[in-house]
Design a protein around this ligand. Structure first.
Ligand SMILES: Nc1ncnc2c1ncn2[C@@H]1O[C@H](COP(=O)(O)OP(=O)(O)OP(=O)(O)O)[C@@H](O)[C@H]1O
Length: 329
């Protein structure tokens, strides 16, 4: 369809069947179809070892895919690397720094290595980048004295020396304290407001929920789901919890109405709500709960408390992968 191909051209990152099998035989990325809309803050989510870094390295042309293809800003990678990469800022697996140089001198060197960077405005550009990532005060320190978080910031400053259409950040808040994490998140939001597409990998679900508009979930090299963060969370079932002196009857009635994974703990019964069927509107959800409550009452189950927890991205992830988030892939 014509509209589909326009969407693909518009994507900031698009992969089809992207696959990487390492020499040892490890299938790190398995037929990945990723579509990152321009202007989005796209969270690339998955436990350690799920293939995120391998994917990013293929996107940036650092390693060759075994099969499949990848496009960055509409251009094929790695073929168009020379023309595309100047429009892309990246922070991958910790920045390469000269430890004996100061933060500022590191950035001056980065900038000098860029043939398109005007030397006359170099000092101002470096000062602005340092300021942007909150490193202005520490700019005169040698990089070897930087904490992991400060090194991350310096890497980010290097990625921000030039205006970028796309930023690719591999675990950008790794090693940062909570305050540093907040600062990087607000920087990401700011960049997105200016129109930069941000693709960031993370194993932190709440981080993705806080900054991302879209997300993809990886597990064991495979893409399990992608969409807007709201869609992903809505696709998961919330959990229902009721308090009743008749837990056994309650379980029977709830089971009949499609509630699964029922657990009785004294007078508390909890279970997974059924996923709303295709075509049902979000407005159906409260109705369904009211129906469930009515069914319990009709069956003579005395209900003291009745409530459903809002589904979060974490629920979605657990439902999708059947495992907790910090389990290795
Ligand atoms: N150079 C390599 N050679 C062989 N296997 C590799 C190589 N790099 C990664 N792998 C394997 O490929 C799989 C995916 O690793 P990858 O680093 O892409 O995952 P990840 O999701 O980025 O995890 P992490 O967050 O731990 O970096 C893992 O099983 C890993 O052991």
């Amino acid at each position: 369809m014509e509209q589909r191909s326009t969407e693909e051209d518009d994507a900031a990152v698009e992969t089809r069947g992207l696959t990487k099998r390492y020499r040892g035989g490890q299938l790190a990325v398995d037929a990945l179809d990723l579509s990152v809309p321009r202007g989005s803050v796209f969270g690339f989510l998955g436990p350690n070892g799920s293939g995120k870094t391998t994917t990013i390295r293929m996107l940036m042309g650092l390693i060759e895919p075994t099969s499949g293809r990848a496009r960055l800003l509409g251009e094929p990678m790695p073929r168009a690397a020379r023309s595309v990469l100047p429009r892309v800022g990246a922070l991958i697996e910790g920045p390469a720094l000269y430890p004996f140089l100061t933060g500022r001198d590191n950035l001056l060197r980065y900038d000098a290595a860029d043939p398109t960077a005007d030397p006359r405005t170099r000092t101002a550009r470096v000062a602005a980048a340092l300021d942007r990532v909150g490193l202005a005060a520490a700019a005169g320190k040698r990089a070897r004295a930087y904490s992991l978080g400060m090194k991350q910031r310096l890497g980010l400053a290097a990625a921000l020396l030039q205006p970028r259409e796309l930023l690719v950040l591999d675990e950008p808040t790794n090693g940062l304290d909570p305050q540093g994490m907040r600062e990087i998140r607000s920087l990401v939001r700011e960049l997105a407001e200016e129109g930069t597409t941000v693709f960031l990998s993370s194993h932190l679900l709440d981080e993705i929920e806080q900054v991302c508009t879209h997300a993809a979930v990886m597990a064991q090299g495979r893409l399990i789901a992608q969409g807007t963060v709201a869609e992903l969370a809505a696709g998961s079932r919330g959990r229902l919890a009721i308090t009743t002196p008749d837990p056994v009857d309650a379980v029977r009635v709830l089971k009949e109405h499609g509630v699964t994974d029922l657990v009785i703990l004294d007078e508390r019964v909890s279970g997974e709500l059924p996923v709303p069927g295709p075509g049902s509107s979000p407005a159906d959800a409260p109705l369904e709960l009211a129906d469930l409550n009515a069914a319990l009452v009709r069956a003579g189950v005395r209900v003291r408390a009745f409530g459903a927890e809002r589904a979060s991205l974490e629920d979605a992830f657990v439902a999708l992968t059947g495992e907790g988030f910090d389990v290795a892939g």
